[in-house]
Design a protein around this ligand. Structure first.
Ligand code: IPE
Ligand code: IPE
Ligand code: MG
Length: 246
């Protein structure tokens, strides 16, 4: 049986999140500049977006640029921002064809105005698509997100819009960038690194973690299927005992 046939369509992760890592090492391995690694990474983005949509995964979130990535060499940051604009221009058609809606999370005001404008354009153009929601994490950092959330809620308490007693997990969820997304079920990180790097700390509380040695530019549908199969063989207990589940 092929990998695709072995996948249980009733047990797909509802929300898949991916830390796309290893572009730089991929480039180095091939004797190329780091920027070439980022360029090649866009092919993998297309693969996973189409692959996830074909499978029927409703929410896909991709970590494309972290708050800490601003500290990279200026030229690399510039290249990444240019690549974002050109990819959005190029792939808006792919999104429309596949009925995919685009969203973005992060400190988006920190993006260059050109990138922000292009992003908003594609978000607007795809807003009625309903097969899958693709969310790009851009200038995203979980600690920044949580700090922002605390400020917003505190200000509402101060202005008597809500009381301290009313603050619960639901209120917090509604102030995160991810307010319209369910909790993450499966988190994939490529390139062999086994860390979270400030990605969706609150939202991955009960996510299954999957690490693969594959460098991001080499990531293909085949690898996505492998990750999903691995996920489907796990028992998610959410604090309960195995007996309680069965
Ligand atoms: C991931 O690849 C892309 C971004 C973080 C923008 P890297 O650029 O981090 O690649 P490595 O980790 O140096 O190999
Ligand atoms: C995490 O990758 C951010 C993205 C994939 C966008 P990094 O390569 O920046 O992570 P660290 O710094 O190695 O942990
Ligand atoms: Mg990296």
């Amino acid at each position: 049986m092929s990998k695709l046939d072995r996948i249980d369509k009733a047990k797909l992760p509802k929300h898949l999140a991916v830390i796309m890592d290893g572009n730089g090492r991929w480039a180095k391995k091939h004797g190329l500049f780091r920027t070439k690694g980022h360029e090649s990474g866009t092919k993998a983005v297309k693969e996973i977006v189409e692959g996830a949509a074909e499978l029927g995964i409703p929410f896909l979130t991709l970590y494309a640029f972290s708050t800490e990535n601003w500290n990279r060499p200026k030229l690399e940051v510039q290249t990444l921002m240019k690549l974002l604009v050109s990819s959005l221009k190029k792939e808006v058609e792919t999104l429309q064809k596949n009925n995919i809606r685009l969203g973005a999370i992060g400190a988006l005001n920190d993006l260059p105005s050109k990138a922000r404008a292009e992003l908003n354009e594609v978000i607007e153009a795809t807003k009625d698509n309903e097969r899958m929601t693709l969310t790009l994490a851009l200038s995203y950092g979980s600690r920044e997100e949580i700090t922002k959330t605390i400020k917003e809620i505190s200000s509402k308490v101060k202005n008597n819009i809500i009381s301290i007693e009313e603050i619960d997990e639901d209120v917090i969820n509604k102030h995160l960038y991810t307010l319209n997304l369910p909790d993450v079920d499966l988190l994939i990180r490529t390139s062999g690194e086994q860390r979270i790097s400030n990605f969706l700390l609150w939202q991955i509380a009960y996510a299954e973690l999957y690490f693969t040695e594959v460098l991001w530019p080499d990531f293909r549908k085949e690898h996505l299927l492998e990750a999903i199969l691995n996920y489907q063989n796990r028992e998610r207990r959410f604090g309960k005992t195995s007996e309680q589940l069965n």
